[in-house]
Write a protein that binds this ligand. Structure first.
Ligand SMILES: NC(=O)c1ccc[n+]([C@@H]2O[C@H](COP(=O)([O-])OP(=O)(O)OC[C@H]3O[C@@H](n4cnc5c(N)ncnc54)[C@H](OP(=O)(O)O)[C@@H]3O)[C@@H](O)[C@H]2O)c1
Length: 292
């Protein structure tokens, strides 16, 4: 299993992928922190000659656990992530979510934690995740005041979750020079076209029957352009100016998703996809931690 993941990572690096997203909360129980540990192992094992870019950016996310109440605790969390990945510096240190919805008083500790990590040089850049337009503007202003540039904002962003908030967040990002990182760009696999009514797993993918005409439009465009539906769905994110971070579990999936690069959907195809998405009654459930 870890061998498969390593082969998947190596393939991505060979093809020039240099941004890998993880989190200190990925991996539960005995495997707590395992995602960061594995990524660290994979990076150290990259043979020098095979490195395409001169650098690999690891973006990790720090959970706003209720017991992380001071900036110092976030710095400790960052040091623990560095330790697990055996790195001296993290590429982008991100707040995994805002506590504004349920513990607004904790929020300042998160922000000051980011500032402290940045000032100590533990992270090269800072970012946020699951911040809505209002909170995004607030943290941007606060960090600016503290002399820390906000580098990225990670949100659920795909043809299945392209609503008013995503549009507003993207506009804010563009105007403030923040990079939008699109998570779940394949709608948890629903935009790959592999699920049908008969093999539908329980949980959030139950909206699949309500995804026509989007899925049929994706298929039609994919067929016409000699691509797969996954490639079209990821290419849509790139067209919108976001950096998609599709989750991949195998070399085969990585190979297919790499085919989303190096070409561009046409403007009329974008309009067609977006109007099909609007017409489809199913929408992805937004992350419970997503703020306004
Ligand atoms: N900031 C946050 O709160 C947050 C939340 C969620 C995710 N994320 C980040 O975003 C990344 C991606 O999101 P995600 O995994 O939730 O959703 P996703 O990228 O929309 O879907 C990924 C899943 O689709 C399937 N898949 C991928 N490529 C495929 C292909 N070519 N053909 C068929 N199936 C394919 C795989 O699952 P199966 O093989 O199991 O079908 C894979 O795990 C995560 O790894 C994480 O780093 C961040």
């Amino acid at each position: 299993m870890d061998g498969d993941l390593k082969a998947t990572f190596d393939l991505a690096v060979e093809h020039g992928i240099n941004l890998f997203d993880t989190a200190d909360s990925y991996g539960t129980g005995r495997l707590n922190g395992q995602s960061e540990r594995l990524l660290g192992n994979f990076i150290r094992a990259i043979p020098r000659g095979r490195r395409v870019g001169d650098d690999i950016v690891i973006a990790t996310k720090f959970a706003a656990y209720p017991w992380r109440l001071t900036p110092g605790q976030f710095v400790k969390a960052c040091e623990a992530s560095l330790d697990r990945m055996q790195l001296k510096q993290i590429g982008i240190g991100q707040l995994h979510w805002s506590t504004a919805n349920y513990a607004p008083l904790q929020e300042r500790a998160l922000w000051d934690g980011l500032v402290a990590m940045y000032e100590k040089g533990l992270v090269r850049a800072v970012g946020v995740s699951n911040y809505g337009p209002k909170q995004l503007l607030k943290i941007y202003d606060y960090l600016k005041l503290r002399g820390v540039p906000l580098s990225s904002a990670q949100v659920q962003f795909s043809l299945l979750s392209y609503g008013d908030d995503q549009i507003e967040i993207k506009e804010i990002c563009d105007s403030l020079g923040i990079t939008l990182i699109a998570y779940s760009p394949l709608g948890l696999g629903m935009l790959t076209g592999k699920y049908t009514q008969s093999n539908l797993p329980s949980g959030p993918r139950q909206i699949l029957p309500k995804l026509d005409p989007l899925l049929s439009t994706l298929k039609e465009i994919a067929q016409k352009s000699g691509k797969t539906t996954s490639q079209v769905a990821i290419n849509w994110c790139i067209y919108k100016g976001a950096i998609p971070i599709p989750g991949v579990k195998s070399v085969r999936q990585a190979e297919e998703n790499l085919g989303a690069l190096g070409w561009r959907l046409k403007p009329d195809e974008i309009l067609w996809l977006e109007s099909a998405a609007k017409e489809s009654p199913g929408k992805m459930i937004q992350n419970v931690f997503q703020t306004r």
